[in-house]
Design a protein around this ligand. Sequence first.
Ligand code: ADP
Ligand code: ADP
Length: 228
Amino acid sequence: MIRFEQVGKRYPDGTTAVDGLSFEVSEGELVTLVGPSGCGKTTTVMMVNRLIEPTSGRILVGGEDVATVDPVRLRRRIGYVIQQVGLFPHRTVLDNTATVPSLVGWKRARARARAAELLDLVGLDPRTYGPRYPHQLSGGQRQRVGVARALAADPPVLLMDEPFGAVDPVVREQLQDEFLRMQAAVRKTVLMVTHDIEEAVRLGDRIAVYGQGRIEQFDTPAAVLGTP
Ligand code: ADP
Ligand code: ADP
């Protein structure tokens, strides 16, 4: 579903963030990217939705080269969740969740009904939380809204960059549990960045272990843990 072919990214200042990345993520598979800060994980993920352009190689999503896909179509097909999701402060939780369906032209009633469904899926009662504003939520609840928003247009692919990184450990574990439950139901193809090896092992079907600018190991959690 996601395929990297010899992908490299060199920033204009000469920094090589990643080099010669080749890997594949199957449909419905959750791959965690783990490794120290600065090794190229965020760059990898942001090239999939073209927030960053690779300087070499190509990336295919569902067999299509993302460099040539219409940006609106790409937005609809790829959900994106970052560490501190930026919700629109003056829009309700329900309207925030309906952002992408609205952007891609769904009718208002359909977009809002879908948003309510998604809030429910991430464990927020839409009747209680839908009418609230982002500042009336906890950090963990805001991340859930971010996940709901990313899934609202039902994209086959979900990119997550430290989605649970900014919440305390207890809430993080709760969000991980809920995410696993949700993923079992919706089976998205997921690329998730984390610097937390425990999270990578807990959530990943496979793990991409990064060294500086490249993947050193790409295997199941058991195989990664079994390495001396
Ligand atoms: P990670 O997500 O693993 O922390 P990043 O992908 O953010 O790594 O960064 C990889 C490397 O690219 C780092 O050395 C970082 O400093 C560098 N980098 C990231 N963004 C830019 C940029 N816009 N310009 C120059 N260098 C960058
Ligand atoms: P607007 O079109 O109103 O400027 P934004 O570009 O701010 O909207 O996008 C709205 C939200 O959608 C953002 O806060 C962000 O989390 C999410 N988003 C932004 N870019 C992408 C993308 N390439 N793929 C998926 N979601 C995205």
